[in-house]
Design a protein around this ligand. Structure first.
Ligand code: HPA
Length: 270
């Protein structure tokens, strides 16, 4: 894995050699954040050695380099999900690559189902913690100390300082944000009503099929991490029958201008 990561990093650096400070993973329906990036170079995943190839509708599959608010960033337009059939090592491979391209901070976005009764569709959640209920751990197996320690401290998976800064930006721009705990499941089925209830009772506020493995691997490598979720459906009676992938994308689009402003200002001002 180490050698593969270094090989991929060297390949990318042979094409474009500016060190990014931020890595950004653009989740469902939030891909248009790329319009906020002054793009200097982009490369399809299919041309990057050792990269998996994205298969989901709404995920285009490109690594984009450029500037946001004067800072160098690398953004993943499209991510890899466990439910697509990739191993957790494959799902998180790009995070490792971004780390060795030089990022210090990782921003992750996703769409999720809300179970907190105070949430609404289109709501923006600053993820403050997560519960990992995915079936395979990305750090299972022999630990390579060059990446990070065997036993990873997960007491602050999402940077409290970045959350505070995002709240400040939200308040200054009259954008409503709430914080919450994200519950990671493997998918690809949306949750049954009983499962949404379980998620709620287990102490989470929203549930989705991504983010958790990427954040674990980011923390393994001591990256400062920020996670944002857009509530695209509510997991309670009356809403369940309407949920489809298209509706998830549509709800995410509603929140997109606000999410773009938040992320842009966070990168610029943090
Ligand atoms: N569950 C899981 N993933 C999701 C959901 C959901 O309700 N909504 C958007 N992504």
């Amino acid at each position: 894995m180490w050698d593969q990561v270094q090989e991929t990093v060297q390949f990318i650096q042979s094409k474009f050699n500016t060190v990014p400070e931020y890595g950004i993973i653009l989740g469902s329906g939030l891909g248009n954040f790329t319009e906020d990036i002054i793009i200097e170079y982009s490369i399809p995943y299919s041309e990057i050695p050792n990269f998996p190839v994205s298969t989901v509708v709404g995920h285009q599959g490109k690594l984009i380099f450029g500037k946001v608010g004067g800072k160098n960033v690398v953004a993943m337009q499209g991510r890899f999900h466990y439910y697509e059939g990739y191993s957790m090592q494959e799902v998180t491979f790009p995070v490792r690559v971004m780390k060795y391209l030089g990022i210090q901070k990782l921003i992750v976005s996703n769409a999720s189902g809300g179970v907190n009764p105070d949430y609404e569709i289109g709501g923006i959640i600053l993820i403050k913690d997560h519960i990992n209920f995915t079936p395979e751990h990305p750090l299972r197996g022999k630990n390579d100390e060059r990446f990070g320690p065997r036993f990873v401290n997960m007491s602050e998976p999402y940077s409290l300082k970045m959350i505070a800064k995002a709240k400040e930006i939200a308040a200054a721009n009259a954008i409503k944000v709430q914080d919450g705990i994200y519950f990671g499941l493997q998918g690809p089925t949306f949750e049954t009503l009983a499962e949404y209830n379980m998620v709620y009772r287990m102490g989470a506020d929203c549930v989705g099929m991504s983010t958790v493995p990427e954040v674990i691997v980011a923390r393994h490598m001591s990256l400062e991490t920020f996670g944002l979720s857009v509530i695209t459906d509510i997991g309670r009676d009356g809403f369940l029958e309407t949920i489809s992938h298209e509706e998830v994308l549509e709800a995410a689009k509603m929140a997109e201008p606000k999410v773009r402003l938040l992320i842009k200002n966070l990168i610029e001002g943090y």
